[in-house]
Design a protein around this ligand. Sequence first.
Ligand SMILES: [Zn+2]
Length: 47
Amino acid sequence: MTTVHFTCPDCEQTIEVNDAMRETILDAGCPVCTAAAAEEHFAVTCE
Ligand SMILES: [Zn+2]
């Protein structure tokens, strides 16, 4: 099981995301504050 978390570099919110949300965040920015996001802001956890 793989879980991906996005941590916003600006508002520091951490959100669990799926592949579709990941694409949306890379395209449109943080869902909370709309700050630009990059691959480095996603953390993948394997359980
Ligand atoms: Zn944010």
